[in-house]
Design a protein around this ligand. Sequence first.
Ligand code: ADP
Ligand code: MG
Length: 333
Amino acid sequence: MTTTTQTHPYQAEVARLLHLMVHSVYTEKDVFLRELIANASDALDKRRYLALTDQSIAAGGFEPAIHVTPDVLQRTLTVADNGIGMTKSEMMENLGTIAKSGTRAFLDGLGESETAAAAIAVSETPGANQIGQFGIGFYAAFMVAERVEVRSRKATAADAWLWASDGASGFTIDPLAAGDALLPAGAGTAVTLFLRDEALQFLKDAEIERVVEAYSTHIQFPITLVADNDGRQLNTGLALWAKPKAEISAGAYRDFYQQITHHFDDPALTIHYRAEGRSDYAVLLFVPTTRPFDLFDPSRKGRIKLYVRRVFISDDADLLPGYLRFVRGVVDS
Ligand code: ADP
Ligand code: MG
């Protein structure tokens, strides 16, 4: 049987975002992996939540996992999860339009002109080169890939689907044969990037490790690097700030402090709390015992790490006034 696959056009805003992604000379292209892992983590969260109430999802034992698999011969990088998965119509909706506020805010911030977009991507001016500060989402994949394939089966659904796009002309969705090698067993999603010539470094274990360490180390589900049929877990899955205070020992606070500051002293003061309400956030701050050598350097920046739902966003978010620039720690919103 031969069927002609229909190419679906992207929503106009997606096309604009993709143009920017593909043509940007933005240097921190590695945030694409942060975005794909964040999506995998969201999908695992959703499946875990559903499994609480739906026996058919819980059945068979659900071990949440994220696999990152480079394939040097095919020049592909695949990020797979056994999360909630997508139906055909969800693929259509989610991977062709922009719903999320972060991406929208980013686009709005660019204004209408493409040249402004290009300028932001290249600009040396402080604060301008900030694509990475936004949750730019799935489409970030096209910064490093000339083609992206998404294989997915929704939990509880029998059929699986293949979404594919070169980031320019639109996308296709086709049925996927059962037993496809990349599709996670049971349910879930595999995003496969066909890397551009200038992005082949992301096939290297060390590079993948570096990027996961930089952005995704506190993701709560195990992230495994699969190389030569061998798996190695890359993250600790330990977001200390997300745990209840009662469960954290002084030693655990100290280890975390030393890990994020690379200091060897003990924190003089540890501040840990969670705010809930119209906006939810967790705060874990430390005052060092030893005085930083550049304490009185007015250009010394704040050192509070900003996370959004355990995903690293920025090292120098201006969250505290300048005179508190010796305070170290994490804010997660
Ligand atoms: P956001 O994650 O902020 O919603 P993205 O552009 O990153 O925006 O992703 C768009 C949507 O695509 C997600 O909201 C989700 O519905 C769907 N999606 C992306 N990746 C996955 C995945 N691995 N599993 C299930 N759904 C996914
Ligand atoms: Mg996302």
